[in-house]
Design a protein around this ligand. Structure first.
Ligand SMILES: Nc1ncnc2c1ncn2[C@@H]1O[C@H](COP(=O)(O)OP(=O)(O)OP(=O)(O)O)[C@@H](O)[C@H]1O
Ligand SMILES: [Mg+2]
Length: 260
């Protein structure tokens, strides 16, 4: 149970690339913000896709996540408000690659993000961390800082490949750095009702993870793939799309889960 007034922190992780981590981080964050929750999205990926997807170009900012990770700049000083009400962002760009390298020689290197977030935890209801497609130190920092982890899985043939490795990493982080860490849920993304493979993947995931799988699935929706290039969330870009409905439904299911 989260403490009163302290943000609940959720890492969005899967070392597999292109499975919908950033799309889910940005649009779940936007959907929670629309439901009047105060949300911080931490772009913990040097690709900076969550930042650009929200129309923030970290290249043009003096300070971004790299400076908090390694330069001791308080997170509150790099957080920016986005044009979405209630949604703030800790932006990143390619410089974050250097943070991962610099972290290697630091003591307590797994705990940097946890320490950084402590200082802003009172200001938000939820913090979502968009992790990079690796199990390196940035992802380990995300898992160490988080209360729970949300795992997007793309509905395709190799969806479960590598999942063992991720689950093992989550277990080791739990054992060594973060006793309370749990799996918030697995989220099926790019779900295509016309494709038989989608059902096979869904069955397989249900067999392994049972009720840990979100009931809401995210359909394959071209509007979701278009909105980042406009620097907009799906709720701004096309509120009537199936993608927007799905992320609003996910936010409802997620919030219901917080109360139970
Ligand atoms: N439900 C969806 N329908 C259609 N396209 C989608 C959907 N979800 C994501 N995409 C597209 O698929 C690509 C990968 O998605 P995304 O960037 O969210 O994945 P990721 O896991 O964050 O990738 P990376 O591992 O590189 O960080 C993007 O081009 C995105 O626009
Ligand atoms: Mg991403």
């Amino acid at each position: 149970m989260k403490q009163k007034n302290k943000a609940k922190i959720i890492a969005i992780a899967n070392q597999k690339g292109g499975v919908g981590k950033t799309t889910s981080a940005v649009n779940l964050a936007a959907a929670l913000a629309k439901k009047r929750k105060r949300v911080l999205l931490v772009d913990s990926d040097p690709q900076g896709n969550a930042s650009s997807g929200l129309g923030v170009h970290a290249r043009s900012l003096d300070r971004h996540l790299y400076h908090s990770y390694t330069g001791g700049v308080p997170l509150s000083e790099i957080v920016v408000k986005t044009k979405v009400n209630n949604l703030s962002l800790a932006p990143s760009n390619i410089d974050l690659v250097a943070a991962e390298i610099e972290l290697i020689s630091m003591e307590m290197r797994e705990f940097n993000l946890q320490k950084m977030l402590k200082t802003v935890s009172d200001d938000f209801d939820y913090v979502l961390i968009d992790c990079p497609p690796s199990l390196g130190l940035l992802t380990v920092n995300g898992l160490t800082a988080a209360h729970s982890v949300l795992i997007p899985l793309q509905c395709e043939y190799y969806a479960l490949e590598g999942l063992d490795q991720l689950v093992k990493t989550i277990r080791s982080v739990k054992k060594v750095f973060n006793k309370e860490l749990f799996i918030e849920g697995l989220l099926l993304t790019m779900y295509d009702k016309r494709n038989k493979l989608t059902y096979q993947v869904a069955d397989e995931v249900a067999k392994h993870f049972g009720n840990q799988v979100f009931k809401t699935v995210i359909p394959r929706n071209v509007r979701l793939s278009e909105c980042p290039s406009h620097g907009q969330t799906i709720l701004e870009y096309d509120i009537r799309s199936s993608g927007a409905t799905a992320y609003m439904d996910l936010a409802s299911e997620f919030l219901k889960q917080q109360r139970s």
